[in-house]
Design a protein around this ligand. Structure first.
Ligand code: NAD
Length: 408
């Protein structure tokens, strides 16, 4: 998907073949074997990956994912998207992504910690605050980042907060980092409703995935006045056309750890959620959720791609024939996470910390610029917002490679 999208933009920008490979190939791809002691006394080896897409604009930056479907190819695609995302938002980074093929729900806390520490140890030759900086993604969180930071710091012999972002605030994390992605999604949805002449306070929203990004998006949209009518996670979904009471859901979640089974709503499947009639649809779980099978059946006005790669190129072609649906493309829609990660890294390097108002204000300014530039190009060239966002990101990396030249 990432390569297909790149090729279609490269065709439009008439990028010659000699330059395409330089932009497309990941600079470094690492695979590591991670043996750990399981709690039952056995030893198990897990596969871990890290792909650094390009080093032209600074260190690489990107999340670390724990999921059973993680492969080198998936990580490489996600790293490429990170590159275009960072360039689109003007951050001094290349893209990266990492992952471990595992199901974190089936590992104890101790096993997760040993796996994370072993992965960090194996990655030490390839990471550093000026080389490659990790952050949370699907299946990882502040605690995982805290273990990574501790493992790296133990190796160096002194505390190095800037080695990861998305760590606990107590360890040099940034206020507002955990909420950044979802907050950014809601900000952009609000901007999109302005652009389309919709009233967010009268809008309904359905969110797939109630993890970090999905839950904060739902709470933030509710704060803007939208009615949240459907939510889901890996265990299933819930639907209430009158709106889901998020406060009551929080109490339910604290006990059950899933939204599925919430009594004041009807059960629905993840597939049904995507086809609900609503104003705002937010896929915030996995990639490839909107495919050629359901793209024609989607009934929203705004598709806010909080997850990375939720829409396949085949689905994109179908949606291109449905101009009533406005897509906020993933590399723009979920950029809030890496933007505040960048703030965290800057704060760590200076050991000087900002308050939440400063963080949120700076976040919204960067998102506003990226949103305005994407929309302006989309209107000027009569291309989709996705093509516009990718064109801006790819062109900037291409230009940077040109002015740096080719070594030796
Ligand atoms: P998370 O692990 O906190 O939450 C993921 C959610 O998706 C959980 O509720 C999980 O139950 C649900 N889920 C998993 N498999 C599912 C399935 N098959 N069907 C439906 N729901 C499923 O992860 P997250 O950090 O919220 O990331 C979600 C998405 O957002 C990912 O695509 C990630 O790459 C992207 N993203 C995250 C960040 C960030 O800052 N965390 C930044 C940018 C993009």
């Amino acid at each position: 998907m990432a390569c297909q999208q790149f090729d279609s933009v490269a065709d439009r920008l008439q990028i010659p073949a000699s330059e395409r490979d330089r932009l497309k190939y990941p600079k470094r791809s690492m695979t590591v074997a991670l043996p750990i002691h399981r709690d039952d006394g056995t030893t198990q080896v897990f596969a871990g990956y890290r792909v650094q897409h390009h080093l032209t604009l600074g260190p690489t930056k990107g999340g670390l994912r724990y999921h059973p479907d993680v492969t080198l190819g998936e990580v490489a695609a996600l790293a490429m998207w990170m590159s275009w995302k960072c360039a689109l938002t003007g951050l001094p980074y290349g893209g990266a992504k990492g992952g471990i093929t595992c199901d974190p729900r089936k590992l104890s806390l101790g096993e997760l910690e040993r796996l994370t520490r072993r992965y960090t140890q194996e990655m030490i030759p390839f990471i550093g605050p000026q080389v490659d900086i990790m952050a949370p993604d699907l299946g990882t969180n502040e605690q995982v980042m805290g273990w990574m930071m501790d493992s790296y710091s133990m190796h160096m012999g002194y505390t190095v907060p800037s080695i990861v972002t998305g760590k606990p605030v107590l360890l040099g994390g940034s206020v507002g980092r955990r909420e950044a992605t979802g907050r950014g999604v809601a900000y952009l949805v609000n901007r999109a409703t302005d652009t389309l002449g919709m009233d967010l306070q009268k809008s309904t929203a359905a969110v797939q995935g109630f993890g970090n990004v999905g839950s904060v998006t739902a709470y933030s949209l509710a704060k803007y006045g939208a009615k949240i009518i459907a939510l889901s996670d890996v265990y299933g979904g819930i639907y209430n056309k009158k709106g889901i009471d998020l406060r009551k859901l929080e109490t339910f979640l604290a006990e059950k750890n899933t939204v599925a089974g919430f009594p004041e709503a009807e059960p629905i499947t993840n597939d049904q959620l995507l086809e609900l009639s609503c104003d705002i649809l937010v896929p915030a779980a996995l990639e490839r959720q909107i495919t050629e099978k359901n793209a024609a059946k989607i009934q929203c006005r705004i598709l806010a791609e909080a997850a990375n790669g939720p829409t396949t190129p085949e689905a994109d072609a179908i949606l291109a024939q449905r101009p009533e649906i406005f897509i906020i493309p993933d590399i723009l829609c979920n950029a809030g996470g890496v933007i505040v990660s960048y703030f965290e890294w800057v704060q760590d390097l200076q050991s000087f910390f900002w308050n939440e108002t400063e963080v949120v204000d700076k976040l919204f300014r960067i998102l506003e610029t990226a949103f305005t530039q994407t929309l302006a190009l989309s209107h000027k060239e009569k291309i989709s917002p996705r093509q516009a966002a990718l064109s801006l990101g790819i062109s900037r990396v291409r230009e940077a490679k040109k002015v740096r030249g080719l070594f030796p």
